[in-house]
Design a protein around this ligand. Structure first.
Ligand SMILES: [Fe+2]
Ligand SMILES: [Fe+2]
Length: 276
């Protein structure tokens, strides 16, 4: 605790608790545990789930706390090289960028099952599929790419050259209920993955930089909870067996069609590649 008094005021508001120089693996784990206790509590998840029906009635994007962009500096990256951190940021930008494609595929899978949820994720579209008004999920998610690009510019001094991943379009197989289950599992897993990634990035940052990542984390936890909760409600018969069967089926399909995009295995491999 004595080290805190010697730190600049910047590090005193660290969201993962007192920051100490020399971030080893043990301390990184400790910081991740503290962030998890702070951002992923049962009460918070319950609140985010209870919020879903209100968002069907009167959708309102969650407000971010004011971001201190001018105070973001490379020295707020700790315990990891700036180069590695920026490479991870770039991979994250590539993954977040095609949000419109993600939301429209989800809207199509949901349209016949639950119009309010379809509207929550993908808004409304005309007969040709052109978006008339975006959904709340898109409104909240589309803040992420510009924020990450801004962080990249401030940390590296360069503008990134994104190579956006292309979202897998709506691909019905003739079994709409099974398609929605598989798709929903994928969406929940990617929101979970994004939440884990921002939580991990927060463990290696501090000050205003960490606070921006905190806003992204809260958004991802919010979406993950709503998707998961909706899935439990829509598929009361779901369980580990059904998930495992869906994953096994996806793996078989992936082996038969190696170029198949958007399967869970594909996403896992692609993300591992993006994040090196
Ligand atoms: Fe996001
Ligand atoms: Fe997300």
């Amino acid at each position: 605790m004595t080290a805190i008094t010697n730190l600049s005021p910047l590090y005193k508001d660290d969201l993962a608790g007192p920051w100490q120089p020399g971030l080893g693996l043990g301390l990184a784990r400790q910081r991740i545990a503290r962030l998890t206790q702070r951002y992923v509590t049962v009460e918070h998840l319950r609140d985010r789930l209870a919020d879903l029906p209100h968002q069907f009635q009167a959708p309102r994007p969650r407000r971010w706390s004011p971001v201190r962009w001018g105070e973001i500096h490379p020295d707020q990256v700790i315990g990891i090289s700036l180069e590695t951190f920026c490479a991870i940021l770039l991979g994250t930008i590539n993954t977040e960028a095609p949000i419109r494609g993600y939301t429209q595929a989800s809207r199509q899978y949901l349209a016949h099952f639950h119009p309010p949820m379809a509207q929550f994720v993908g808004g409304t579209a005309d007969a040709a599929g052109q978006v008339i008004s975006p959904g709340l999920w898109e409104l909240e998610e589309k803040r992420h790419t510009p924020a990450l690009i801004n962080l990249y510019c401030r940390l590296s001094g360069d503008r990134p050259t994104p190579v956006p991943h292309s979202a897998r379009p709506y691909t019905p197989s003739g079994s709409p209920r099974a398609d929605l289950y598989r798709h929903g599992l994928h969406r929940t897993a990617t929101e979970y993955g994004a939440a884990c990634l921002y939580l991990w990035m927060m463990a290696y940052t501090t000050g205003p930089l960490q606070a921006v990542l905190g806003e992204l984390l809260v958004d991802e936890v919010n979406h993950m909870t709503k998707f998961w909760g909706f899935g439990r409600w829509a598929y009361p018969e779901t369980g580990l067996g059904m998930m495992a069967a869906t994953l096994a089926q996806a793996t078989v399909q992936k082996c038969r069609q190696p170029g198949l995009q958007g399967s869970l295995m594909h996403t896992l491999k692609r993300m591992a590649g993006e994040l090196a």
